[in-house]
Design a protein around this ligand. Sequence first.
Ligand SMILES: Nc1nc2c(ncn2[C@@H]2O[C@H](COP(=O)(O)OP(=O)(O)OP(=O)(O)O)[C@@H](O)[C@H]2O)c(=O)[nH]1
Ligand SMILES: [Zn+2]
Length: 328
Amino acid sequence: MRDDDDHARFERPRRRTRPRTKDRPNYDDAAVGRVVTVDRGRYTVRRLNDDGVVTAMKSRPLGRQGVVVGDEVRLVGDTTGDEGSLARIVEVLPRRTVLRRTADDDDPIERIVVANADQLVVVASLADPPPRPGLIDRCLVAAFDAGMQPLVILTKADIGDPAPVLVQLEPLDVPVIVIERGIDLDPVREALAGHTSVLLGHSGVGKSTLVNALVPDADRTTSHVNAVTGRGRQTSTSAMVLELPFGGRIVDTPGFRSFGLAHVETGRIIASFVDLDAVTDECSRGCTHAATEPECGLDLGVADGRLRAERVESFRRILSSKDQADPY
Ligand SMILES: Nc1nc2c(ncn2[C@@H]2O[C@H](COP(=O)(O)OP(=O)(O)OP(=O)(O)O)[C@@H](O)[C@H]2O)c(=O)[nH]1
Ligand SMILES: [Zn+2]
């Protein structure tokens, strides 16, 4: 429900039950779809009721409101999806989650990359290229900040040893799946089924190999969508939603050149660590929970055995990763 609908209901005098059709059109009957990808002002939207694919543009009433991949939107106009048809997006439904990034850590402008995803999957390879622990940490911070469930997929186990990365991630209690090309991917399918998962990973880690194994017609979908939007086979720089044949969907992202975390708030990260959060009422006021804090509840928790030292250390490591410029 829209915020302003709520206000309208509270502020409107009781006797007036008539809908405010004069004030503004009512789009409640308009088709609802999910934004699959965006390319230079053209939105590819999949209708929720019948999976039909529609090309649309933003309508004027939306003003400067942004529309991002994963958004659920109301459509009017030509929603047939026929060749050459163009629908208009007239409303963005409330977002359940937003994944944000800033271009750099000191860039004040944050952008929303994807809306409505509930899981963030960090794809990292164990060799060729070697894993960059700081980068995994930073992706986890983005997940916790967004209130998304994290999952790490380590690829290329045939040429790299997962042990060091597993040791590093274990205290964080983040699920990890180790794979290699040709292996049974059922554990991955199980973790993804029913979720909307954003896949993050830099170039060369095997993300395309994984996506193609999970979505056998991923390449075809991508080129089909590009054909519908008239952009040919050119690779889109936008994220793209792919429906999974076993339920749920993944949002494949292009390799971002940077994934700045300037917008991240410590409070939102620690909220994902229920056990750590529980002891922070013992912190001094304004505590950042860093190792340098003189009176942090986390240290008290370790001292009296309520918390595992490794867990607090790992939490502090990911917390500080947001201030370490590890280019992504
Ligand atoms: N040894 C090994 N190589 C793999 C595995 N998975 C993928 N590769 C290779 O790693 C390289 C990169 O794989 P991609 O799937 O293209 O990786 P990507 O992350 O999509 O990279 P971009 O396409 O650059 O974004 C390719 O040469 C793959 O053949 C694996 O499990 N083991
Ligand atoms: Zn503290």
